[in-house]
Design a protein around this ligand. Structure first.
Ligand code: ATP
Ligand code: MG
Length: 285
């Protein structure tokens, strides 16, 4: 059974009555939502040969895992997400998503960009923006509106479906972008600093909305951020990249109890110790 068929019913009967339905990830088919990056190298065309942005990059993500990627500006994080999403192809090595080699945008993959202003279609209202990704996924017209509304409810945007992006706050626009990425029931969600431009309270609310959706749907998430606290709060594992060319220098497992809580979790001694460890790693890069 494909992830698409597995998740579609979950989206169809959304429950937002305060009860969190936790998907049994062990029930996921083998390989669903898995990522395997082996010996990947990439250099942008026109840049001197031998000057790869990424070289010999290795890491794997388990189905249903939440992985955050941190690293200095310009080290190749966005480039890595572009490779995972098939927007660009590696020069060396291989990338498997759901055990299949990536050779173009995989159909069961969602992407959330940092710049919601540019990612959304200003001439379409909220529900039509979400429907856009369903059109791309060739979901039949008669099912699109219901699926789009379910995705909007899932990110706690139930009453805005007729608003246009320009009529929404930054936080609402970013929720809309997440709804759009989720609507087509992906098994893998790639997020590139999606909350960086938001104020702290809006960011906290969106982090929690994302964790809720991740747990309910059993998604695999790869989340790029500059914010070490955000990385630790969200992740099962934090991968640290260094530049010149990009490669993994450190992986830190985050075993903090879930569900996490913005106040309590961030005050835990293990959280503070992890932040110190990551900070010390990053500042020597
Ligand atoms: N289209 C492009 N053409 C040529 N070089 C590029 C292109 N896009 C990015 N680069 C270069 O590749 C390197 C990695 O860029 P990338 O955007 O992946 O970094 P990043 O880690 O996402 O940085 P940031 O944290 O600032 O977003 C940088 O040196 C950048 O200048
Ligand atoms: Mg970037």
């Amino acid at each position: 059974m494909s992830m698409r068929t597995r998740l579609a019913p979950a989206l169809a009967d959304t429950h937002l009555d305060g009860e969190t339905k936790v998907t049994d990830r062990s029930a996921a088919p083998e390989g669903t939502g898995s990522i395997k990056v082996s010996g990947v190298g990439y250099g942008y065309p026109g840049v001197r040969t031998g000057q790869r942005v990424i070289d010999d990059l290795e890491f794997s993500v388990r189905p249903g895992e939440f992985v955050c990627i941190v690293g200095p500006s310009g080290c190749g994080k966005t480039t890595l997400l572009k490779l995972l999403s098939g927007l660009i192809a590696p020069e060396a090595g291989s990338i498997l998503v759901n055990d299949e080699a990536v050779s173009g945008p995989p159909e069961n993959l969602g992407f959330v960009f940092q710049d919601h202003g540019r990612a959304l279609l200003p001439w379409r209202n909220a529900v039509r923006n979400v429907e856009f990704s369903l059109e791309a996924a060739r979901v039949p017209r008669r099912r699109r509106k219901d699926m789009a509304r379910d995705a909007l409810r899932r990110v706690h945007l139930p009453d805005v479906e007729n608003l246009y992006p320009a009529q929404m706050s930054g936080g609402m626009q970013q929720r809309l972008q997440i709804a759009r990425a989720l609507a087509a029931t992906p098994s893998v969600l790639l997020m590139d600093e999606p909350f960086a431009a938001l104020d702290a309270l809006t960011r906290f609310a969106l982090e929690d909305a994302l964790l809720e959706v991740w747990q309910e749907l059993g998604l695999t998430v790869v989340f790029v951020t500059h914010d070490l606290d955000e990385a630790i709060y969200l992740a099962d594992r934090v991968i640290v990249l260094r530049r010149g060319p990009a490669h993994v220098v450190r992986e830190v497992r985050v075993d903090l109890e879930r569900p996490r809580d913005q106040g309590r979790t961030r005050a835990e001694k293990d959280f503070v110790a992890l932040r110190y460890e990551l900070f010390e790693t990053i500042r020597t890069l």
